[in-house]
Design a protein around this ligand. Sequence first.
Ligand SMILES: [Zn+2]
Length: 256
Amino acid sequence: MSAAVRRPGALTAGALAVAAGAEFLHLAPAAVRLPPLRRTLARRTAGHGTAPGHVALTFDDGPDPRSTPYVLDALDELGARATFFLLGAMLERAPALGRELVLRGHEVAVHGWHHRRQWYPAPVRDLRELRRAAEAVTGLCGARPLWYRPPYGVLTAGPALAARRLGLRSVLWTAWGRDWTAEATGASVYATARPGLTGGATLLLHDSDCTSAPGSWRATLAALPLIAAHCRTRRLTLGPLRDHRVPPPAGRNRPV
Ligand SMILES: [Zn+2]
């Protein structure tokens, strides 16, 4: 199956807003009649930050011993820190790498246990798997996760509610490099991401090819210096979501 088919998270901006609004539609249907609020919530779930000049750098699908160490070395060279959305099944096989992420100053977050489509209601399974993944991140990495990003970027009601019960904030992204395709190169990833690299953006990349075209992480790796140089010349700071100041969902008086 092609990467394009496997990755329905690769949505247009409009479809992304719909996906980002799924949690809201389920949790607060009465407010659907309030389009400005709906747009605000979709925007928050998408990962728009309010820290001035900050771009959140995020990686999905690791940790992967074949590729994540190269990404970590590149980030050290660039002086950048990031948020890594981990898969429990990957972390279980590479726990030392999970700890290393934290020791090298990065933020760890939850991407699920398996990279599973979650488009059909399975609330018990959703909660069980998400709890297992969150506990693995906490126990094996030594840092409690604050964020959840669903596989494929499709946030349906079950995982959204499970995340909320576990104290995780759901967040998607505002920009990507389409680094999961077989055709991706460092230049193509940078060119795709560049228009979205503005203050408040959340950039989606991948430090593993476990759900992508084999070797595609090398394109991600090659793009990192280009992305960092772009941000440097525009006085933008690349950093983790914890520094991004994503506004809390409406109705809450503190971020979780
Ligand atoms: Zn993923």
